[in-house]
Design a protein around this ligand. Sequence first.
Ligand code: PMT
Length: 401
Amino acid sequence: MPTLTNKRILLGITGGIAAYKCAELSRLFTRAGAEVRVVMTRAAQEFVTPLTMQALTGNRVHLDLLDFEAEAAMGHIELARWADLVLVAPASADFLARIAHGRADDLLSTLILATPAPIALAPAMNQGMWSDPGTQQNLAEVHHRGYRLFGPDEGDQACGDVGPGRMVEPAELLAGCAELFSGEPLAGRHLLITGGPTREAIDPVRFLSNHSSGKMAYALATEAVAAGARVTLISGPVALPTPDRVTRIDVVGAEEMLSATMERITDADVFIGVAAVADYRPANQTAEKIKKDQVSMKIDLLRNPDIISEVAGLNPRPLVVGFAAETGDVLANGREKLERKRLDLLFANNATETFNSDEVAATAISAEGEIEIPRARKEAVARKMLGMIAERLSAAADTAS
Ligand code: PMT
């Protein structure tokens, strides 16, 4: 089944009998993981109702250029920015003519001019209209602009004619749209990432923790989505907003982080342990706030479960990627952790320079050797790290096939 995980598809429907196929098309898009928003021209509403499309996509259908419900009444700009792909299906002869001439006299034609997203068209019309030199000239113009064309197919037409002009079937359109994104290095992959610190409660107001800000994990989550992945981020307490299109699960302690991980690991292709998990937790958490009536006090600590080792012990297991923030001999300590925890790849970084910083330098350590990643903003370093992960995934897929 083709995948459109996390993709935002703006489906433009124009007036033609093939408009009824958009009900099936939007259902296929949604099943493939996409979010679908629909824009209908006035003529399209004669063939299929906005209510049908709203029920199938779960989103309000957009009909008017001047939309008083949209922020600043500029629905066309919001939608144009929102989309990862604009697909017009069916694209009628009239609509082709209007966009070939750069018209902007309704919502759909206006957002075609405004969008930075790729545009695809699935023409559908009578075979005579399709073959007309005017239509062919309009088609050549939009093709020249880089719009992607799907079809049309040949065959029986609703009007009784036989020839070219049938809209491509929904399943084929789904495959064609998925293909447009297939060059993304992590397309269709699910990444499970832990990030931030854990907090281990001593009493109702005090805890043991560390200085992790979550910045590295959140940068990886953001960049993984941009590379086409579906991302689940299991986050300790941090003060960062959830990255766009990331599923975030908030946890506090190491044991909670372990359960959240194990509940979601089954369909993960990659596990990345970025979290600075507290190695120990207080053996007893007191119900009442501890009074400071002693000159000194002792807290008994218990060893926390090692989350990444639990994941590495699964069979089958995802690609397991660890981090190590070290002082002293960063590389030797990192390699020791890679081997002891049976990881596929580990990024070692210097603890004194990394925690809560916007930048990081790291060394990728694996069985094959070491690769330096020079100091840069965490987003840029995350892109390099994900490149290495994507290479390993495709090498593993090549070996399996
Ligand atoms: O959050 P930032 O401020 O951006 O900082 C980023 C970071 C410094 C937290 C990050 O770059 C980093 O290095 N994270 C790992 C911290 C660390 O030193 O972890 P560790 O050496 O305790 O553990 C090694 C690996 O085992 C890590 O992948 C860790 O997530 C995992 N681990 C550790 C203990 C435990 N109980 N369970 C685990 O899964």
